[in-house]
Design a protein around this ligand. Structure first.
Ligand code: GRG
Length: 278
């Protein structure tokens, strides 16, 4: 089964309603599925059947999709286009979009709680998921971003990206390591890889925003309209590109060092993320 079929299966237990229609609208709109695939790659690298991570993989994509729906709302970035389609509140209405996000977030934990792995690992995975997505993770990053000081430095912006983008990229790496029964210091090392990946990913996003059209990217760029400070504004395009290359290269060397981990396939995925055009 591919990721689209897995997500359809994950949604199939939810009661049919307008909120489910709105959840499906954004969840099944494509997207690169990076977070679930990171989890599958970590499991493969540790020699574990990727399907052991099916519930957590779908949960991650649901949480990611909820964050996009809420981020696009008029009260946040007020965007019109996402994943090549009108944003959720444009297609439905604001109240339904809020509920679609709430529904995806809650259903993610319902799914994770029924993961077919040892109950102690389920609890550990849920703890990682909530820490990385919640007010100590992505939600913290979002409030930092919303309250951004126009005089922010690269150090300040790194902190925003570490939480807003990095945490939800760390989560699949950490959950994969938890399912592979790795000790806590190794799970923490995967957390750091995710932070670097998140920073590289976000700077790359800022570069794509100024070099590609909304049509190419399938999403509107509200950063310029909202006068956001970006790494590209602070460092310039050339230095930003060099920073992205250095961060991805760092990720690859860290990944190659994990003991008992066959890193080739995950490193290939990092290469593909680095080469992405949207
Ligand atoms: C509303 C709680 C809350 C959080 C919002 C995800 C997010 C935090 C904001 C969206 C805007 C943004 C640029 C976030 C940084 C993370 C990021 C680059 C998201 C886009 O991820 P992709 O490129 O998207 O993986 P697809 O659509 O391919 O899944």
């Amino acid at each position: 089964m591919n990721m689209e079929e897995l997500l359809e299966r994950a949604l199939s237990n939810v009661t049919e309603s307008r909120v489910k229609e709105a959840m499906r609208y954004s969840l099944m709109a494509g997207g690169k599925r990076i977070r679930p695939n990171l989890l599958f790659e970590v499991l493969k690298g540790y020699g574990i059947d990727p399907m052991k991570g099916y519930e957590f993989a779908c949960a991650l994509e649901m949480i990611h999709t909820y964050s996009l729906i809420h981020d696009d709302l008029p009260a946040m970035d007020n965007d019109d286009l996402r994943r090549g389609r009108p944003t959720n509140h444009k297609q439905f209405d604001e109240a339904t979009a809020i509920l679609a996000g709430d529904g995806l977030l809650t259903e993610a934990f319902h799914l994770a709680a029924s993961a077919a792995v040892d109950p102690a690992i389920v609890v550990k995975g849920i703890r990682i998921l909530s820490e990385m997505a919640g007010p100590d993770g992505m939600v913290y990053g979002q409030i930092l971003d919303m309250n951004e000081d126009p005089a922010s430095t690269y150090v300040d912006i790194r902190k925003v990206h570490k939480y807003k983008t990095g945490c939800l990229l760390s989560a699949p790496l950490m959950i994969g390591a938890a399912i592979a029964e790795q000790p806590d210091d190794i799970i923490e090392a995967w957390h750091e890889v995710g932070e670097k990946l998140g920073l590289a990913f976000q700077i790359q996003d800022d570069i794509l925003d100024i070099t590609k059209t909304a049509e190419d990217l399938g999403k509107s760029n509200s950063d310029a309209r909202n006068e956001k400070v970006t790494v590209v504004n602070l460092l310039g395009e050339e230095a930003s590109r060099a920073e992205v290359a250095a961060l991805y290269s760092d990720c690859r060397s860290q990944i190659a060092k994990f003991r008992g981990f066959d890193s080739a396939s995950l490193i290939k995925m990092v290469d593909a993320i680095e080469a992405r055009m949207k």
